[in-house]
Design a protein around this ligand. Structure first.
Ligand code: ADP
Length: 490
């Protein structure tokens, strides 16, 4: 591990200060970033506090005046350059992700490539931002719309996708002509700072892209309270999303929120069971279950439930748990031991309520020396009141429930305040239409366990969020539509 870190230091990709106005700045404090697989300290990162946040907002404000006027072709060229550098350093960024977040290296590198996809897409999409000409009721007059950048955007990101949650917001925002102040999660600042280093090398002008690290309670209010910051882009918990939305209300900022989920993974009695079981493994165990689109409630229709449980169990038996740097490992540690305790509390509740623990069911902290939890399979029967079914699990725990008819399955699936992703396995095309239209979720994977890609809209309904990332919508999100009326042309 120290070798890998030294190599990143030599390449100037292990940055520990914040990146503001194209300079690296420190604050009064520092905080430790640790490897969740063995609790070792990777680096001491500067906490730039309120003062650093203000500096970053001022820099972004100043830079906005010229960035918004920079031709979209030039913006696209710089963003594309950033994309090229990210891909060139995919191994280095993947190493940082595995080191500070824990996911297996192959997955971490996959995240870098997925995240870069949004950068490349945004560079292209920048050139396609356009308004429309409109009819007006006034003789001789003309009307048209303009798409203009929202302004300075404050962006707060989580630790589960240390690279992709930044690129998915920042690349479209930069493409639209916005400038950014990014505050990454305290668990994973190193990837964010490496992305800043690469943005610097790409020649993105000073002040356009700033990354500040430190105490969220101090930095958050500077971003939400500033009248210069015109938008908050956030991915994280519903609880913090609601708080930011309230704080943003005082200056009537735009918010784009990607919050928690409670994804139903529905397997109907006409589904291909083996394919469904494979889908469960892919959706449930990516990032050790720490994704907001992870299958949270596996709902099996009547007769096929036992067969599905068996098919999942036989695949789970082959999953290898360990450090994300070890060969063949598919499940890394959770982000920290509090996460292990939280997941275990949900499992203990299921045990108490009489659910069947088929495999796993306990932490592996003592056995493996880090924040590990055993891949766990639970048969919840008909008990949809289990905490596992009501809350986002965010861990490697799969719980299967049973229901009989389609209407009941839809009712149960929708019976949650969340509405991010849902999955449906069936071979009946009529069911595909009926159920995908009936599910109150922003994204539905039909016979598919993953729904995100650079070209498609990612986001939720209900308490899972507001706004969409990806595709043309992801860029439009960072624009204001202005209407111009020209009167009296003869
Ligand atoms: P998690 O519980 O998974 O860490 P959070 O919603 O707490 O999810 O964190 C997501 C991001 O929000 C992180 O960057 C975190 O530092 C930030 N955050 C947490 N609390 C606040 C807050 N009060 N104000 C602004 N940002 C916050």
């Amino acid at each position: 591990m120290t070798d890998l870190i030294d190599r990143l230091k030599d390449k100037s990709l292990l940055r520990t200060d914040s990146y503001v106005n194209a300079a690296w700045i420190a604050g009064e404090d520092r905080f430790a970033v640790t490897n969740p697989a063995d609790r070792s300290v990777l680096a001491e990162v500067a906490d730039v506090g309120e003062a650093g946040a203000r500096k970053a907002v001022d820099a972004a404000d100043q830079a906005f005046q010229s960035w918004k006027k920079t031709s979209v072709y030039e913006r696209a060229r710089l963003i594309q350059k950033w994309n090229d550098l990210i891909l060139e350093h995919a191994d280095d960024l993947g190493t940082l992700i595995t080191a500070e977040m824990g996911k297996p290296f192959g997955e971490a590198k996959g995240e870098v490539i997925y995240g870069a996809g949004f950068v490349a897409w945004s560079a292209e999409e920048a050139k396609r931002l356009h308004g429309e000409t409109l009819q007006t009721p006034f003789p001789g007059s003309r009307g048209w719309t303009l798409r203009q950048p929202v302004g300075v955007v404050g962006c707060i990101t989580p630790w589960n996708f240390p690279a992709a949650m930044i690129t998915r917001k920042c690349a479209p925002a930069l493409a639209a002509g916005c400038t950014m102040v990014v505050k990454p999660a305290p668990e994973t600042p190193l990837t964010a700072l490496a992305l800043a280093e690469l943005a610097d090398r790409a020649g993105i002008p000073k002040g356009v892209f700033n990354v500040i690290c430190g105490d969220a309670q101090k930095i958050g209010p500077v971003l939400t309270g500033s009248d210069v910051v015109r938008m908050i882009g956030f991915t994280g918990s519903t609880q913090v999303g609601k708080l930011l939305m309230k704080q943003a209300a005082d200056t009537v900022k735009r918010v784009s929120l990607e919050l928690g989920g409670n994804a139903p993974f529905i397997v109907m009695d006409d589904a291909d069971i083996e394919k469904a079981a494979e889908g469960v493994i892919a959706s449930k165990f990516r990032a050790a279950g720490q994704t907001c689109v992870s299958a949270n409630r596996i709902i099996a229709q009547g007769a096929i439930a036992d067969q599905l449980v068996e098919a999942i169990a036989s695949r789970m038996g082959k999953l290898k748990v360990g450090s994300g740097f070890d060969k063949g490992v598919q499940i890394g540690p959770l982000i920290h031991e509090e996460a292990v305790a939280r997941v275990d509390k949900l499992v203990q509740d299921a045990k108490k309520r009489g659910a069947k623990i088929l495999t796993g069911g306990s932490p592996l902290v003592d056995e493996l020396g880090g924040a590990f939890y055993a891949p766990t399979l639970i048969d919840g029967g008909n008990d949809y009141a289990l905490e596992l079914a009501c809350f986002e699990i965010f861990g490697p725990v799969a719980s299967v429930y049973r229901a009989d008819d389609e209407a009941e399955i839809l009712r149960l699936a929708n019976d949650t305040p969340y509405g991010l992703a849902a999955y449906l396995y069936t071979s009946d095309v009529n069911r595909v239409h009926r159920m995908s239209e009936g599910l109150d979720f922003g994204m539905i994977g039909v016979n598919a366990p993953m729904v995100g890609s650079p070209a498609t809209p990612f986001g939720g309904v209900k308490e899972s969020g507001i706004g969409r990332e990806g595709g043309k919508w992801g860029v439009e999100e960072f624009t204001e539509m202005k209407f111009v009326l020209l009167g009296g042309v003869d």
